[in-house]
Design a protein around this ligand. Structure first.
Ligand SMILES: NC(=O)c1ccc[n+]([C@@H]2O[C@H](COP(=O)([O-])OP(=O)(O)OC[C@H]3O[C@@H](n4cnc5c(N)ncnc54)[C@H](OP(=O)(O)O)[C@@H]3O)[C@@H](O)[C@H]2O)c1
Length: 283
């Protein structure tokens, strides 16, 4: 039976991939960075750090396909390149690489440059792969949940710009399809929600789902950075500001049909996301 390695198994998209693979006719191996108990949806677990080449080799033994995600740290590209080298050496037939919508080597957004570097390396050196380029995650809004519970509102430097934010569950299902069906090698898919939404629209969806008014305020980049200071390292705050400037310029508003095509159902929208996560915002 086809064996699929899922990296980032304790994370947002890795967890969604595991969930989407459950019930499919494959053996699922979850990769964990640290010691952990059984992972829901996994048949096997393996412990490996992206910085430990020997552990990666062991994790990739007898693997037919893999889902690759790393946190968006300054070392993301280095870690992903190491994983791609190890996968190629292990004879893995396909790696589904989690990238980001609009990845480009000349982007002013560092995360988009790092993702583009990985995409280019995979194109030039292999292994055979599929690129998944999601837009902003709707689940990213959960980072504001504490603030919304405490103050009834949240802010971001995005103005009235619309973003076709995607539900992480759809990323998981799209990845599961490309890893378990034919015809996806060498392909690249933009993964978006069904429409581009403003943060004001997001706040309205949260208000309707929670039964309490949730306000959104456009805030200057400096105050947004100040809110995050201490909670995140400086480079990550700077990267997020670049991301938000990119959203504000309207560069992440395009809607793709890849999610419905890969999953067989319409992409989940902001109202469904808000309904399914209302408790987190209600407290
Ligand atoms: N957030 C967005 O809106 C957005 C949009 C588009 C693209 N993206 C891309 O999505 C990616 C992040 O995906 P995600 O949200 O699924 O990540 P995540 O929830 O932060 O999960 C990261 C996973 O990687 C594991 N990990 C961390 N360091 C590791 C290491 N050294 N070795 C092995 N495993 C390690 C973590 O394990 P532990 O639990 O043990 O730490 C965790 O399972 C980034 O590349 C980002 O650029 C994000």
């Amino acid at each position: 039976m086809r064996r699929i390695l899922v990296t980032g198994a304790s994370g947002a998209t890795g967890g969604a991939v595991l969930q989407a693979l459950a019930g499919r006719d494959v053996t699922v191996r979850a990769m964990l960075r640290t010691e952990g108990g059984p992972v829901p949806g996994a048949d096997e677990t393996v412990r490996a750090d992206f910085d430990d080449p020997a552990a990666l080799d062991a994790a990739l033994a007898d693997v037919d396909a893999a889902y690759l995600v790393t946190p968006s740290s300054a070392r993301a590209a280095e870690r992903q390149l190491r994983f791609l080298d190890a996968a190629r050496a292990a004879g893995v037939g396909q790696v589904a690489i989690l990238s980001q919508l609009a990845a480009a080597t000349d982007s002013p957004v560092r995360f988009l440059r790092w993702h583009a570097q990985v995409e280019r390396y995979a194109a030039e050196h292999g292994p055979a792969h599929t690129i998944l380029r999601p837009n902003l995650f709707l689940q990213g809004t959960l980072a504001f949940a504490g603030l919304i519970r405490a103050t009834g509102g949240f802010g971001a430097p995005i103005g009235d710009a619309a973003v076709s934010a995607v539900d992480v569950r759809d990323i998981g299902e799209a990845a599961a399809t490309v890893l378990t069906t034919d015809g996806h090698l060498g392909r690249r898919y933009d993964l978006t929600g069904p429409e581009a939404i403003t943060h004001t629209r997001l706040a309205a969806a949260l208000s309707a789902a929670t039964g309490r008014e949730v306000r959104f305020a456009d805030v200057p980049p400096e105050s947004f950075a100040e809110q995050l200071r201490g909670a995140l390292p400086d480079w990550q705050i700077e990267g997020l500001l670049e991301d938000y400037a990119h959203y504000r310029r309207g560069e992440a508003a395009g809607v793709s049909t890849a999610v419905p095509e890969l999953t067989g159902h319409p992409a989940r929208g902001v109202d469904e996301f808000a309904r399914d996560h209302a408790d987190a915002f209600r407290g």
